[in-house]
Design a protein around this ligand. Structure first.
Ligand code: ZN
Length: 51
């Protein structure tokens, strides 16, 4: 998915440490978000990618 702000596909997937989904063995599992390396915009995907 391209950046919704600038349309770049130069993206990385990072952990959104402000959003904890659950805990596994006392370790927090963070939500994922994308960051555009061109404009710096960060956003959460509507749903997690299926693996
Ligand atoms: Zn962008």
């Amino acid at each position: 998915m391209p950046c919704p702000k600038c349309g770049s596909t130069n993206l990385i997937k990072i952990e959104d440490k402000s959003t904890i989904l659950t805990y596994v063995a006392h370790t927090p599992v963070y939500a994922k978000k994308y960051k555009c390396l061109d404009c710096g915009y960060e956003w959460r995907p509507k749903e997690e990618e299926k693996t």
